[in-house]
Write a new protein. Sequence first.
Length: 82
Amino acid sequence: MRVQPRAPRDRIAGVKAGALTVRIAAPPVDGEANAALVRFLARALGVPAAAVELRHGLSGRDKLVQVTGLDAAGLRRRLAGD
């Protein structure tokens, strides 16, 4: 996943180079963008925030996220709005 902080609003921007791109309004200061990303993904996927874990990339734009309780197909369906 690729994250763009300081965006005008939180949104999923699509897939580029095989990675989901997410734009987050929060700045990348003191973990604000990471926390906003977790909250945004939890809302978008309909899971509790505790089910979304940043596994890699806490200080960079490229992140690895684990969502407990959903498989890859379920993630794609929910992100597509199905």
